[in-house]
Write a protein that binds this ligand. Structure first.
Ligand code: ZN
Ligand code: ZN
Length: 812
């Protein structure tokens, strides 16, 4: 059977026909084709670039590309935040390469230089190819990363004018050796930061400080480069660009590239006969549902890709579809396992294009290295975490002229459930912002050391590194890391390299190494902070889509020994958590209720774990663990209500623990909608009577020392966030709570107690006093304004055991 194109409306009608099917389709959005809008080439773009771009098919730039070029030529720091395949790179490459070409006419041939930063080596390599297409041979573009041979590095430093690297290499290799890069830095005109939405959380905060170090050295060499950023569409890209670079930025967000029509469906799998924790109803898994839909699409000859989270799930989806299809169609479905050679990838591409292959199930790894654009349908088993990835995956469907179908299949969690019932969260203006917190003292401190090692820090540098700097320098001196000289400047005192003290992508503490016992192979690392919950002895650990069982976690050596295994269960840790408020930075009254943001100390002890059957969610057993408590000083958002409010909301004291705990779980599930975090980046605690607030209080905190900006974003967008939380719980059709609303996959208390109905009443009571609902009320301090720290005594990295507040607390 040859591949057949069906109009997407017809495909969707067929999928949603039949008993109970139409209930599963919660929404369909018809995104009309978008016509391209063009603009003239801006002044200052060299004619050879224009000619080369035209030869590649861009007769005129799209309007957003032209605007990006114009801003870049003005020396304005800008961020271009438009959709997938909207030609963002031409927007910055044309001005950058034009100026580099101008620079080749300088006497030394290097009158201008540019630095390109990408989060991965593969992306940097791809960008070098693009630059070469526009200016073959005329601009000396070179990769500079861990793979660059040492004999080539000297050439790059001396002669390359366009250096493509990553933030890690800038941090460890380039900045500490800046005298050898003097002529490059002196001529540095542009810094391109590609895929800048990937610099989020702690990693993003580190990158922000690396960029400040770069700016300081450039200033010393007499240059002031313009920063050009490219981002996926997110809320407020200009603010993110500013936080990342420290410079005020202009955003280009209006996408003028053409797009084929797309029907985007939101789909919720049906409830099954199975029950999970506490008898909760369980939905068919998103992967199983994807398998059914794939089968039907392939039967119609529709070329379809399914995106799933793990390699194992990819194999399950493909197997299920092959089973259901039977011979001969079963041979037309495959799983993409990753790790293919280039020619194998090309053959998959060919087979998909020709229709020899009709269905392919894959992790997002497929996006790297295989061109699967122009398909007729894309199924996404579960929200991929961010709108950027969602649109990237959906964007694989459709060609300019023909319509295509994209289906998001909800997994059993509150965020997915909310999204399939609130299409506006996906199709209207983005609400999710890329969040980072460069002022986190745990992040800042090692960069101040690295900066001092690069060039002594002076008074004039303090503003560049942010408001915490002045407090931090004396602390670093007391720890014997920096010394202040009589001229007032700060020096690095140690013999070792300061830059080696920090891994941009690591968390606090010694990361735990994950080693495969039978081969001795190092598979990767996990942050010390996450190790107790994710790689305790007996844990099922997923790594790059493969499943392992942890044989032993040795805390002394920070090693977890694992073996490949495919147990029929997943594990989730049980723990005891307490939290104390160290300092309140901002606080706002919502009627009688109060919402606050500040520093907290979380004490957590993992005490055991549960095994849950994957296919049904049923509990198979519980085991105890003997692990020491850990403390974490971080940032949190918290809210409390009064006893009167509880009375009014008809929440008796015995329902309160379940209400607060359920509200906490759902709010953690929904925060990723507003901040680009993962549910696993944040934690929560709910306390019926908290010693610090003297009230029932729910905390949500950043899971990294010093904070990552997620809780702060929650505080800033509290009303929207908690309203979405309330709606997600209320909309769920279960009776007493389920994984789609208030149950959490990482609850330390075995999802007990949880009271769904009381949680809705509790959130209603809280939200009744929220600013937009109670406009007459005396305004409290506006969220997000006060960043001054109420307590100046907080020492970075200082560990002290707190946690005397042992009242009954429930944590996620
Ligand atoms: Zn539910
Ligand atoms: Zn919990």
């Amino acid at each position: 059977m040859p591949p057949r194109h069906h109009p997407p409306e017809a495909l969707l009608a067929a999928l949603s026909a039949g008993r109970g099917r139409s209930d599963r389709l919660t929404h369909s959005e018809h995104l009309p084709a978008r016509q391209a809008r063009y603009a003239p080439w801006p002044d200052g773009i060299r004619p050879e670039i224009v000619t080369a771009a035209q030869a590649l098919g861009a007769e005129l730039p799209w309007a957003h590309q032209a605007e990006a070029m114009r801003l870049a030529k003005l020396g304005q720091t800008m961020v271009i935040a438009t959709g997938t395949a909207s030609g963002k790179s031409l927007g910055y490459l044309a001005p950058v390469l034009s100026d580099l070409l101008d620079g080749t006419e300088a006497p030394n041939g290097r009158g201008a230089t540019a630095l390109y930063l990408a989060p991965t080596k593969a992306l940097a390599a791809d960008q070098r190819r693009r630059a070469a297409e526009l200016v073959p041979d005329r601009v000396r573009a070179a990769l500079y990363d861990g793979d660059t041979p040492f004999e080539e590095r000297e050439w790059v430093r001396q002669y390359a004018s366009y250096v493509l690297t990553n933030p890690d290499m800038l941090h460890r290799g380039i900045l500490p050796a800046h005298p050898r890069w003097a002529s490059f830095l002196k001529a540095l005109k542009y810094v391109v930061i590609d895929e800048c939405h990937s610099y989020r959380g702690v990693f993003g905060s580190h990158v922000a400080q690396v960029l400040r170090r770069l700016r300081r050295l450039c200033a010393r060499y007499g240059s002031a480069p313009t920063f050009l950023l490219a981002s996926a569409t997110t809320a407020d890209p200009a603010a993110t660009a500013q936080r990342l670079t420290g410079l005020s930025a202009v955003a280009v967000t209006e996408d003028a590239s053409p797009r084929g029509p797309l029907v985007f469906a939101l789909w919720e799998p049906p409830l099954t006969e199975n029950t999970g924790e506490h008898g909760a109803p369980v939905r068919r898994t998103a992967t199983a549902e994807a398998g059914y839909l794939l089968t039907e699409l392939v039967e119609k000859g529709t070329r379809t890709v399914v995106f799933v989270r793990s390699r194992r799930a990819a194999e399950l989806v493909a197997l299920q579809a092959q089973d259901q299809l039977g011979s001969p169609l079963s041979t037309r479905v495959a799983a993409y396992r990753g790790g293919y050679l280039a020619e194998e990838r090309r053959s998959i591409e060919r087979d998909l294009h020709s229709g020899k292959l009709l269905g392919l199930a894959s992790t997002s790894a497929l996006e790297l290295g295989v061109d699967v654009s122009g398909l007729d349908a894309v199924l996404m088993a579960g929200y991929p975490g961010t709108r950027a990835s969602l649109w990237q995956q959906a964007g694989r469907a459709g060609r300019e002229a023909q319509g295509a179908l994209a289906v998001l299949i909800a997994r059993d969690d509150p965020l997915d459930t909310y999204l399939v019932h609130h299409p506006e969260a996906l199709f209207a203006t983005p609400v999710e912002a890329t969040v980072l917190d460069p002022d986190n003292p745990h992040v800042l401190a090692p960069h101040l050391c690295a900066a001092a090692a690069e060039l002594p820090l002076t008074e004039s540098d303090l503003a560049l590194f942010g408001p915490s700097t002045a407090q931090l320098l004396p602390v670093l001196e007391r720890r014997g890391l920096l010394r202040q000289r009589s001229d007032g400047s700060w020096y690095w005192t140690r013999r070792e390299r300061a830059a080696d003290a920090v891994d941009l992508r690591g968390g606090g503490g010694n990361p735990v190494q994950i080693v495969e016992g039978s081969t001795g192979r190092l598979l990767g690392t996990v942050d010390a902070a996450a190790a107790h919950t994710t790689v305790h002895t007996g844990a099922v650990h997923l790594h790059q889509g493969r499943t392992y069982l942890v044989q032993d976690l040795d805390l002394e050596t920070s090693v977890a020994v694992v073996e490949r295994a495919e147990p029929p269960y997943s594990t989730s840790a049980r723990d005891i958590t307490s939290i104390s408020v160290l300092a309140t930075d901002s606080s706002v009254a919502w009627g009688e209720a109060r919402l606050s943001f500040g520093s907290v100390e979380v004490t957590n002890q993992v005490v055991g774990y549960l095994r849950k059957r994957i296919s049904t969610g049923e509990i198979m057993g519980e085991s105890k663990l003997d692990l020491p408590p850990r403390t974490l000083r971080t940032r949190a958002v918290w809210w409390s209500v009064t006893e009167d409010q509880l009375l009014d909301a008809q929440i008796p004291f015995d329902q309160l623990p379940g209400a607060a705990h359920a509200a906490e779980h759902a709010s953690i599930g929904l925060l990723p909608l507003f901040a680009t975090c993962d549910r696993w980046d944040i934690g929560g605690v709910s306390v019926p009577l908290h010693p610090d607030t003297q009230l029932p209080t729910v905390f949500v905190y950043d899971g990294h020392s010093g904070g990552a900006g997620f809780a702060e974003r929650g505080f800033q967008r509290a009303e929207q966030w908690l309203t979405a939380t309330r709606d997600a719980i209320a909309a769920c059709e279960c009776r007493l709570g389920c994984p789609s609303c208030v149950q959490s996959p990482k609850c330390g208390n075995g999802n007990n107690p949880l009271d769904k109905a009381a949680a809705v009443r509790l959130l209603d009571a809280l939200l009744a006093g929220a600013p937009s609902r109670a406009p007459d009320q005396a305004p409290g301090q506006a969220p997000g304004q006060a960043r001054s720290r109420a307590s100046g005594s907080e020492s970075p990295g200082g560990e002290s055991l707190g946690g005397e507040n042992r009242s009954a607390a429930f944590d996620e």
